[in-house]
Write a protein that binds this ligand. Structure first.
Ligand code: NAP
Length: 300
């Protein structure tokens, strides 16, 4: 058996672009508008939705669940990702004295139960540990994952924002399906900190958060962002005048780890910008032209 076969991750399936719900509470959508956003995403081929227990101060999962409840059958057409492990200080969680991380089985299980209730579903397609808990007991967490899967409450598990060694520690005990990390032309670290190398090594497709730098790419007052927009526009001119956002997605999608970018847009046009990138294949020179503007230097 080859090393590649031994380390192949379980078959997690997500749509090529994932829609993120982090900012949903800020959109001030009524339930009909939330449903419209979900249905428009589906029409564009986006069937996977990214959540966390803490989004919108612990409110987003309920907002989304309300929309699902308004459209019977919709749950069967979508995949739901959620995360746990961060404890925010919040009026919703008065028992949290300080902000902290918790990957104990008790917390993970309680959080999953809460997420299922809020989202009005019986299962999460994917559960992620949101941030690396310095007190993580890898054996205990792996056992908790096994139990949640055996109960059918969680179909796949993974991590987010972990170092390669933290991921390896847990992955040796329970096969992880993905690593959700930040990557964009304004955040290059995973390209050479070992994270994406590890994803390729484990045949684990990464999920990418803040693909547009959380919107910073469009900040008129940000000099680096302006240079990025110029570079993305120049390369986009050779790809059917693709927009800055589309070119940023095309740059991410070119990586051989086959990432799943998560769009954070509440606008249908924002979803379209992301999906349009699926039709573009950058040459290595195009990719490096964008990298050069991102890194603010030429290759050595
Ligand atoms: P993003 O797509 O980089 O940023 C979204 C922001 O950019 C929105 O405010 C959006 O506004 C704005 N934007 C998009 N296109 C624009 C344009 N053409 N002009 C001006 N502004 C534009 O992604 P993100 O929201 O930061 O993150 C995406 C998802 O990743 C989140 O929803 C969440 O699910 C996940 N996430 C995970 C973690 C983690 O730790 N695992 C951390 C952060 C986020 P509009 O709505 O107006 O388009």
């Amino acid at each position: 058996m080859s090393a590649h076969t031994q380390t192949a991750a379980p078959a997690l399936q997500l749509s090529p672009i994932v829609a993120g719900a982090w900012r949903m509470a800020d959109w001030n959508f009524d339930v009909g508008q939330r449903l419209h956003w979900i249905e428009q995403a589906l029409e564009l081929g986006i069937d996977s939705f990214d959540h966390a227990d803490i989004y919108g101060d612990y409110r987003v999962e309920s907002l989304f669940g309300e929309a699902l409840a308004a459209a019977p059958g919709l749950r069967e057409r979508i995949r739901i990702v959620s995360k746990c492990g961060i404890k925010l200080t919040s009026a919703q969680r008065p028992e949290h004295r300080i902000k902290s991380y918790d990957s104990s089985a008790a917390h993970v299980r309680a959080s999953v139960e809460n997420s299922l209730r809020a989202l009005r579903t019986d299962r999460l397609d994917l559960l992620l540990i949101h941030r690396p808990d310095l007190l993580m007991d890898a054996d205990a967490l792996a056992h908790c994952f096994e139990q949640l899967k055996a109960e059918g409450k969680v179909l796949h598990v993974g991590v987010s924002n972990h170092t390669p060694s933290q991921l390896a520690l847990l992955n040796a005990r329970h096969r992880l399906a993905t690593h959700q990390i930040e990557l964009s032309p304004l955040h290059l670290a995973p390209l050479d900190d070992g994270s994406l190398d590890q994803c390729q090594d484990l045949a684990m497709r990464p999920m990418i958060w803040s693909p547009l730098g959380g919107g910073r790419l469009f900040d008129e007052g940000d000099a680096h962002a302006s240079q990025m927009r110029a570079a993305l526009t120049a390369v986009g001119a050779r790809h059917g005048e693709a927009s800055v956002a589309t070119m940023a997605y095309a740059w991410l999608l070119r990586h051989p780890s086959r990432p799943w970018p998560i769009t954070g847009s509440g606008r249908v046009q924002g979803l379209r910008d992301a999906v349009a990138a699926l039709a573009i294949r950058l040459s290595a020179q195009d990719w490096y032209e964008i990298w050069q503007a991102a890194a603010q230097r030429e290759v050595a």
